[in-house]
Structure formats: C-alpha cells, structure tokens
Design a protein around this ligand. Structure first.
Ligand code: EPZ
Length: 423
C-alpha cells in the first residue's frame, strides 16, 4: 500500500486536529487500573490506539470505539501476561506494565523493541518499579514483575522521560503511601494522564512540573474524559501548509502546547496567527533558514524535528537541527535527498542547505514522524511522489487523505498495481 501525491499545490483552508495519540495511549492504559467502565471522547482512530485496545482485550477488558468515543469496560481484566505479538509492534504497550502491577500486583510484559529512531530501552521504568518494591526480572524477552502491593518511594528519573513518568505515576496510584517522582517529564500528555487519574480517584499533585507527588489509594474507579488535541498532528499540518507556500488554519488545537514550534516558524518568516480555537500559518515571504535544538517540553519537540527539516529544505540559507532526545531519528534524511533536498545527518545534528525546489520521487515512510517529513516534502515537491510503508504514517495520523484533500492536496492511496480512493 502506498500514498500517491501530486505536489506543488499551495495548501489552503481549515482542518480540525484529532485527539492526542500519545495522550490517548496513556489514558486508555490508565483506565484499566480500575475494575470499572470509563468513557473517553476525542480518541483518534489510528493504528497505535487500535493496537493498544487489542492488547487490553487480550487481557480481558472489552472496548468499543465509535466516532472518537471510546468505552472501556475493564471489570473483566484478569490476565497479567501481555500478548507478545501485539506488544512488539508498539512501544506504548509497555504502559501495561505499570497498569498490571498497580492493579494485579504482577505483570509479564514483552520488552518493547527499538525502532528506527533509537534503541529506546525501558531501564528507567524497571528501576522505578523496583524502587516501588516490585521484584523485577527480565528473561526470554519479557519483563516479569510482582509485588503484593507496591510501596510509595522517592524516585529520581535519570533523564526526562515521558513514558517512565507516566508508567510510574500509574503504578504509584494504588501503592501504599506516597511516591515522589523527581526530574519528571512535563509534557502535556503527562498532565492529561494525571488529570484523568485524579478523576479516577488518584491523588496526584505537581503534574506539569519536574516533581510529581502521588498519594497511593487502594482502588480507583472509572470516569469520563475528553482527550486533549494532538499537538504533533497540529504542528505537522501547520508545517505542511507553510512548506507548500499556502495558508492553513488548524482548528481545535492548543497554541500553548506548541510555543517552541510557533516561535521557530515565525523566525523562518511564516506569519503565525493565534486565536482561541486554533492557529493559522500563512506563507508571506521566502522561508528563512533557522537553527533548532530539540528538547523535552516546553522545548522544541523531537517529534516535530523531521517535519521542520522538510520545511527547511526549501528555506534560503543553511539550517541545523540538533536532536538531543533520540540518537537515531535521521532515516528520513535519505528519503528527502531522493527528492532533491540538500540534507545530511552528522553526529547528533542534521545540516540543511535550502534548495529552490523539491521533485517528486518514490520514497518510504521510515517511522511515524519521518513519514510526516516525507509527506510534507511530497506536498511541496513538483511532480508525483509515491510513499510506501504508509502503515507508519497511519500509526499516528487519522484520516490523512481526507484532511489533506480539505486543504486542496491531490492525494490518493493505492496498491502498487492500482490506485483506490479511501475516505
Ligand atoms: C514518548 O516516547 C512518545 N511516545 C514519543 O512519541 C516521543 O518522541 C517521546 O515521548 C519523547 O517526547 C508516546 O508517548 C507513546 P521517552 P517515550 O521515555 O516515552 C530514553 C511519536 O512519534 N529512555 O521520553 O518512549 C529514550 O531512549 C512517539 O508519537 C531511556 O534511556 O520517550 C529517549 O532517548 C515517538 N530509558 C529518551 O529517554 C528508559 O527507560 C526520552 O524517551 C526510557 C527512556
């Protein structure tokens, strides 16, 4: 399966951003901490969400997702061994470790594989569970952990880690006593998960700062909640509009979640107009080169680095993006070079010299955000681009063709033999 894009058209119009994939994955997992029913609104229909729902169903929960509304009945959750095949395909499956430990007192969860952006170990998670009193061993590709009941403790997270912060927040919610997570991640997805956990009866304070306190309680209950919008999808569409020389309004997003990106887009000469329900990005002049360092929130998000690189391949001058979070998220640069970009990865940085134009070519989506970079380049390039490994894009973006067509893109999805329209 591949996406076929006839590029070189200025994107214009408005698109509504979906609910946050990464927030949804954390909150869906958290809902299984309670032997109860929860209803979540604004859940994106993307592959990662479907994978996690499959994992929870294999553990005994039942779920139903209709038009962004997800009902999870976790009363029947009775397994403590997460399914190897489903877990291997998605790192966020490791959230089941914190949930099963917090609810069942034991967990057997496959160690997530690395992917094309880095090794992505889970050593901090394992050390955190041990700090909470769990016996933790890794063998035969699994983490096996158990504890009669976890015991609150203070744990310094060795480096800013969204997954570690969320996993330990969930496990600590039902521990005996208080836990303090020091050097906690401050991402909006951490805050969203803490807000939902508190609606379930947890007692969490300080989410959004680097010190989070969790007073453990015996049992949580279900609740209803609306997931925050996806800041990464929003940023991707804003940069796609700018790279095409267009004028795109992204509705339903939270501008405060993208302060660093919006500042860098303005520095690159793009007009950014913020209003209460969204942000509009207009190309008003030639793009200017800028330098970017990725950083944990509220810094420039690593998950927007590849998309920014695609934009900067068309900016006048030389730009550098220093990637400080993942050691290997550079596979997309090979694909952009096929389209005529002057881009090279060296050490922890990507060096870009702007070119007049990109040209369409057969390329692939190496991972979710690398795929988004290739998509942005294809929309701006002259001629036709075929993007293979589209499943990587589908992991993080719902309704790609529908939303891009709203902005005037010429895009279709087809097997290599024939092109087939998808809604
Ligand atoms: C989350 O991944 C996101 N995924 C990622 O988005 C995002 O890139 C990342 O946070 C950073 O913001 C989800 O929320 C599902 P980390 P996570 O723990 O939690 C190292 C996307 O495109 N580390 O914050 O796995 C790690 O290798 C995805 O939507 C350890 O060394 O990231 C990385 O270098 C891609 N040991 C750094 O910390 C550990 O035990 C930050 O990783 C854990 C992490």
């Amino acid at each position: 399966m591949e996406l076929i894009i006839n590029g070189g058209r200025r994107l214009r119009g408005a698109v509504r951003v979906a609910g946050g994939k990464n927030s949804s994955l954390a909150i869906i997992a958290a809902s299984a901490l309670a032997p109860d029913v929860s209803t979540l609104e604004n859940v994106p229909h993307c592959r990662d969400v479907e994978t996690l729902l499959g994992i929870l169903e294999a553990l005994g929960a039942s779920t139903s997702l209709e038009a962004g509304r997800l009902t999870i009945d976790a009363r029947g959750l009775n397994g403590h061994v997460a399914p190897y095949d489903l877990c291997r395909s998605m790192r966020a499956s490791f959230y089941t470790a914190g949930v099963l430990l917090g609810r069942m007192g034991r967990a057997q969860v496959p160690l997530p594989g690395g992917c094309s952006i880095g090794a992505r170990p889970v050593d901090f998670h394992l050390r955190g569970f041990a700090a909470l009193g769990a016996r933790v061993v890794t063998e035969h590709g699994y983490m096996k952990a158990s504890a009669r009941r976890l015991k609150g403790n203070t744990f310094y997270v060795p480096r800013s880690s969204v997954g570690t912060t969320i996993n330990l927040m969930m496990a600590a919610s039902t521990a005996r006593g208080a836990t303090v997570l020091q050097n906690a991640a401050r991402e909006p997805e951490v805050v969203d998960t803490a807000v939902f956990l508190n609606l379930m009866g947890a007692r969490i304070k300080g989410a959004g700062t680097d010190a989070i306190t969790i007073e453990g309680i015996k049992e949580l209950h279900g609740n209803s909640y609306t997931i925050i919008p996806d800041r990464l999808e929003a940023g991707t569409y804003l940069m796609a509009g700018a790279a095409s020389g267009g004028d795109v309004l992204v509705e339903g997003m939270i501008p405060e979640h993208l302060i660093a990106l919006l500042a860098k887009m303005e520095e690159a000469g793009i007009e950014v107009i913020r209003n209460t329900d969204g942000v509009r990005a207009r190309s008003v002049a030639d793009l200017r080169a800028v330098d970017v360092d990725t950083a944990p929130y509220p810094g420039f998000a690593t998950d927007l680095h590849p998309q920014m690189a695609a934009l900067l391949t068309l900016a006048r001058g030389a730009s550098t993006i220093r990637e400080t979070v993942f050691e290997a998220r550079f596979a997309y640069t090979d694909e952009l070079r096929r389209m005529g970009a002057n881009i090279k990865a060296e050490g922890d940085s990507v060096h870009i010299t702007g070119v007049e134009r990109l040209t369409g070519a057969p390329v692939e989506a190496p991972d979710i955000r690398g795929g988004a970079a290739v998509l942005i380049a294809a929309l701006a390039a002259e001629g036709t681009t075929e993007i293979s490994r589209v499943e990587n894009l589908d992991r993080g973006y719902e309704g790609l063709e529908r939303k891009l067509r709203l902005l005037g893109a010429q895009i279709s999805r087809g097997g290599s033999l024939e092109s087939r329209e998808v809604g």
